[in-house]
Design a binder for this molecule. Structure first.
Ligand code: CA
Length: 221
């Protein structure tokens, strides 16, 4: 999952980004509304965390511009508590949820996960791939009931595939959703993670579709 944070308080933006990266999300950060809108239009983000009071364009205008362009990316708005800006107004411009500053990181993370689940094909917290289960709330993965320990990035790659079980997901789509824009390395990095997942979860879990990408074995579970 790839997230964009648009927040001009740099320390807050940095600490949110670090926390979310530690959870395995790819995170891009920018500090003004104009840049935020440009990035959101350019990339296929899974979620945007959008502050309201921003230099350039304010958060309401960024959100309204995205919606006017037909972009349905989930938007979590960050509002200041001073009452100058209204949560209702945020929701009116098309935001999906809001948080009032100061907020706890745990609450932010829970909201982020809930919005990402809602966006996915399946709202179910637990995805099943035959003998493998992927619990997106606890980030626990099991095969035949036994826990399999994955790194945060391995989990993120598996989640991309599991959300679209049975469909072909291209290497580019995985890259776009799991790595952030600072990544300029070899796109074949995806193969490295898929190999690791096969080693840990069983070779039959992920099928290579030549020239197209990967799909998880859909065994009708
Ligand atoms: Ca601000």
């Amino acid at each position: 999952m790839r997230l964009l944070i648009v927040e001009d308080e740099r320390r807050l933006a940095r600490s949110l980004a670090r926390g979310l990266q530690a959870e395995g999300y790819a995170v891009d950060v920018c500090h003004d509304g104009t840049e935020g809108l440009r990035l959101a239009r350019e990339h296929d983000y899974d979620l945007v965390i959008l502050d309201i009071m921003l230099p350039g364009l304010n958060g309401y205008r960024v959100c309204a511009a995205l919606r006017a362009a037909g972009d349905e990316v989930p938007v979590l708005m960050l509002t200041a508590k001073d009452g100058e800006y209204d949560e209702a107004e945020g929701l009116d411009t098309g935001a999906d949820d809001y948080l009032t500053k100061p907020f706890s990181y745990v609450v932010l993370l829970a909201r982020v996960r809930a919005l990402l689940r809602r966006r996915g094909r399946s709202a179910a917290p637990v995805l099943r791939l035959g003998p493998v289960t992927v619990d997106r709330s606890t980030r626990r993965v099991e095969r035949d009931g036994a826990e399999v320990l994955l790194t945060a990035k391995e989990f993120a790659v598996l989640e991309q595939l599991a959300e679209r079980a049975g469909e072909v997901v291209s290497k580019t789509e995985i890259l776009e959703h799991v790595w952030d824009f600072a990544y300029e390395g070899d796109p074949n990095i995806v193969e490295v993670y898929v190999s690791a997942l096969r080693r840990k979860l069983g070779a039959d879990t992920i099928v290579t579709v030549r020239g197209a990408g990967y799909r998880t074995a859909d065994r009708g579970a």
